[in-house]
Design a protein around this ligand. Structure first.
Ligand SMILES: [Zn+2]
Length: 83
């Protein structure tokens, strides 16, 4: 059962609002696709849940909040994060 759930969970990279690190987040919902002139392509927003992440030696960031984020995009930044 747990194995099946892992296969279904889709993750993306976002920036944490608290520690500003690039972190993994689970996609909860997806909104409609939107065209954006500035990237000459499509973007899709959704709600994601930030996963617990390390911020340094033996320290973890406790920010695991649900945030609105870009979950699909034709554009990404130098870090490989959708923008
Ligand atoms: Zn963080």
């Amino acid at each position: 059962m747990c194995y099946l759930l892992k296969l279904v969970m889709l993750t993306i990279f976002v920036y944490c609002n608290t520690c500003t690190k690039k972190v993994k987040a689970v996609i909860l919902t997806k909104h409609d696709k939107e065209y954006d002139d500035s990237i000459q392509g499509y973007r899709r927003y959704g709600m994601v849940k930030v996963l617990e992440h390390n911020i340094g030696f033996r320290k973890t960031c406790s920010d695991t909040s649900q945030i609105k984020a870009i979950v699909e995009s034709d554009s990404e930044d130098y870090n490989g994060v959708l923008n």
